[in-house]
Ligand binder design. Structure first.
Ligand code: C5P
Length: 222
């Protein structure tokens, strides 16, 4: 491959996007948030009044969906057919239904093409669930980012509280566990550590510590 590819996979709320955005900015790579793409399709189905269970109608909707990113740290803006959906794709409804929509073959094939296309034209740091295993199997660096479920729920709890929400810790924890279970047990490209991925456990580490750890791994492989 002509361009450099960094794949970051791992369970929900492990800090993948936070870390990837900072590294992308530092190294001048394009950051690709594939989770935001699955979330955008989930939201598009909702806006079209299509049930999340209806794979056929969601598949028919795909050719009419265009997803665009405007890079930024800490917030990357997301647009669905020119309508800004940056915040809407983080709603509880989208979060709790995205794993079902992401399990559909039609949806995954559609996004796979888009994701690979971006990586053929740019140095990328791409985060998701199947980047190292399926999307970019030849990536020069593959990271599998994990953290204890308690810490992941705590990070989400703080984020939501900062947004003015009143989250319930146990509910957050259960939602994270449910989503990880669905993502790890689906038929197509389930969440799993690629055999050549480096495991990074961020439990108890600061953002700066994780950024420096992964940046060092990238530099060693460049
Ligand atoms: O990363 P994020 O939590 O935003 O991802 C939302 C959902 O999108 C995941 O829970 C998963 O169901 C789906 N996803 C996926 N494959 C990817 C990235 C995300 O199936 N590469």
């Amino acid at each position: 491959t002509k361009y450099f590819q960094v794949a970051i996979d791992g369970p929900a709320s492990a800090g993948k996007s936070t870390i990837a955005k900072i590294i992308a900015k530092n190294l001048k790579y394009v950051y690709v948030d594939t989770g935001a793409m699955y979330r955008s399709i989930t939201l598009a189905a909702k806006k079209a009044g299509i049930s999340y269970e209806n794979e056929e109608q969601i598949a028919e909707l795909l050719p009419n969906i265009s997803i665009r990113f405007e890079p930024g740290v800490p917030v990357q803006r997301v647009f669905l057919n020119d309508e800004e959906i940056t915040e809407a794709i983080r709603s509880t409804d989208v979060t709790n239904n995205v794993s079902l929509v992401a399990s559909y073959a039609s949806v995954r094939e559609n996004l796979l093409k888009y994701q690979r296309q971006i990586a053929t034209d740019n140095h990328v740091i791409m985060d998701g669930r199947d980047i190292g295993t399926t999307v970019l199997p030849d990536a020069q660096v593959k990271i599998f980012l994990v953290a204890s479920v308690e810490e992941r729920a705590e990070r989400r709890y703080k984020e939501n509280t900062a947004k003015g929400m009143t989250p319930d810790f146990e509910t957050l924890k259960k939602d994270i566990e449910d989503r990880d279970y669905k993502d790890s047990h689906r038929e197509i490209s389930p969440l799993t550590q690629a055999s050549d991925a480096i495991l990074v456990d961020t439990t108890g580490l600061s953002i700066e510590e994780v950024v420096s750890k992964i940046t060092n791994i990238i530099k060693k492989n460049q």
